[in-house]
Write a protein that binds this ligand. Structure first.
Ligand code: SF4
Length: 324
C-alpha cells in the first residue's frame, strides 16, 4: 500500500476552503493508503503567536479533523511536535539544502516582507516540510494545484541526500492532486483565508452561514434578475459544484445562463446543500468537544505509530551518515 503524508496548520476551526481543498480528500483517501495526517504546530511558531492561543487552535483543528471524518482507527492523526524526529531530520536536511534555494522560495519572500525581524525558522520552513514528508518516506502528498511547486524542494532535498548518503533511500514524493478546485473567499477576490476574513467556518451555525452567503459576490454581469449570467465566473456556482448533487449543479447552470432565477434563489439552494453536508459534521464536533480528554488521547495515540516509523527512518539515516 502506498503511503501518503499531509499536514495542516493549527489555525483553529477549519473553514470550508480547507475542508474542500484538503481534508475532505484526506477522508476519502484514508482507507486506500497508509495515511499520516499531521497538525503542523512547529510550522506555526515561525511567525509571532501566543502560546495559549496556539494550544487552543491546535485542539480545535483536531476537533475539526475528527468531526470531518478522519478515523484514527485507519489513519495516523497526530500533532507534529509530539514526534521530535521531525526537527531532527530537518536539521540533517539543513546540511544538504543550498541557502539560495531557500531564499528563492516565494512564500519566504512574502512572509519575510511582512516582518521586521526575520527568524531563521521562516527561511528553513521548507526544510521542515521536506522532513515532515520524508520522515515517513511517503510516496504521495495530497495537495491542491497551487501547492505542487512547494513539493519540488522536498524532492530536491531527497535527491541531494540520496546522492550523498544512500541512493534511492528516500522516495521523491509525488503530488496527489486534490480534485476540488480552489475555493475563493466570499468576496470573490482571493483564496478563502482566515486572514482575509472571507471564510465560512466548517462548524459555523446555519444562521451565521446564511448571513455570509446572502451578500456574497456573484457574477457581476447579473445586475438585474433578468440579466443572464456565466456560472463559471461565479464562486457560488463553484460552491454548488462542491456541495450540491450533479442534477442540482446542471439546474444551476441552466437557471443562471437563462436568467431563470435570481442569485438569492440560487444561494438558498446552495445553503440547503451546505447544511446537508455540514450538519452531521457539526453534530460530531459537539460530541467530540464534550469529551476533551478524547482529543488529547487521539493526538497522543496517533503520535505512537508515527514515532515508530520515524524512529526506524532516523536509525537508518544516522547509520548511513556515520552518526550511529
Ligand atoms: S445565479 Fe447562481 S451561479 Fe449564477 S451568478 Fe447568481 S449566484 Fe452565481
Amino acid at each position: 500500500m502506498s503511503r501518503i503524508f499531509s499536514g495542516i496548520q493549527p489555525s483553529g476551526e477549519l473553514h470550508i476552503g480547507n475542508y474542500l481543498g484538503a481534508v475532505k480528500n484526506w477522508v476519502e483517501l484514508q482507507r486506500s493508503y497508509e495515511s499520516f495526517f499531521c497538525v503542523v504546530d512547529y510550522h506555526a511558531i515561525t511567525i509571532p503567536y501566543e502560546p495559549d492561543d496556539l494550544r487552543t487552535r491546535r485542539r480545535e483543528m483536531m476537533v475539526s479533523l475528527l468531526a470531518s471524518g478522519l478515523d484514527p482507527s485507519v489513519a495516523t492523526v497526530f500533532a507534529q511536535s509530539m514526534v521530535p524526529e521531525h526537527t531532527e531530520l530537518a536539521w540533517i536536511f539543513n546540511t544538504v539544502t543550498p541557502l539560495g534555494e531557500l531564499e528563492r522560495q516565494t512564500q519566504f519572500k512574502d512572509k519575510a516582507s511582512r516582518q521586521e525581524s526575520i527568524p531563521a525558522g521562516l527561511l528553513n520552513y521548507p526544510v521542515l516540510q521536506a522532513a515532515d514528508i520524508l520522515l515517513y518516506r511517503a510516496d504521495l502528498v495530497p495537495v491542491g494545484e497551487d501547492q505542487v511547486q512547494h513539493l519540488e524542494l522536498s524532492r530536491e532535498i531527497a535527491r541531494r541526500w540520496n546522492a550523498r548518503f544512500g541512493e534511492g533511500y528516500f522516495p521523491e514524493p509525488q503530488a496527489k492532486l486534490t480534485p476540488s478546485r480552489r475555493i475563493m473567499g466570499l468576496d470573490g477576490n482571493t483564496k478563502m483565508s482566515k486572514s482575509m476574513g472571507n471564510t465560512v467556518g466548517l462548524l459555523e451555525e446555519p444562521a451565521s452561514i446564511w448571513e455570509k452567503l446572502r451578500p456574497a459576490v456573484t457574477d457581476p454581469a447579473r445586475v438585474r434578475k433578468t440579466d443572464p449570467g456565466t456560472p463559471e465566473v461565479c464562486n457560488i456556482y463553484h460552491l454548488h459544484r462542491a456541495f450540491s448533487p450533479p442534477d442540482v449543479v446542471s439546474h444551476v447552470e441552466t437557471q443562471c445562463r437563462t436568467a431563470g432565477w435570481g442569485c438569492i434563489e440560487c444561494k438558498k439552494v446552495l445553503f440547503e446543500n451546505v447544511n446537508t453536508e455540514l450538519t452531521p459534521i457539526r453534530t460530531r464536533a459537539a460530541e467530540i468537544r464534550s469529551q476533551p480528554e478524547l482529543v488529547d488521547q487521539v493526538a497522543g495515540d496517533g503520535a505512537l505509530p508515527a514515532r515508530r516509523v520515524a524512529a526506524v527512518t532516523m536509525r537508518e539515516v544516522k547509520d548511513r551518515m556515520g552518526l550511529a
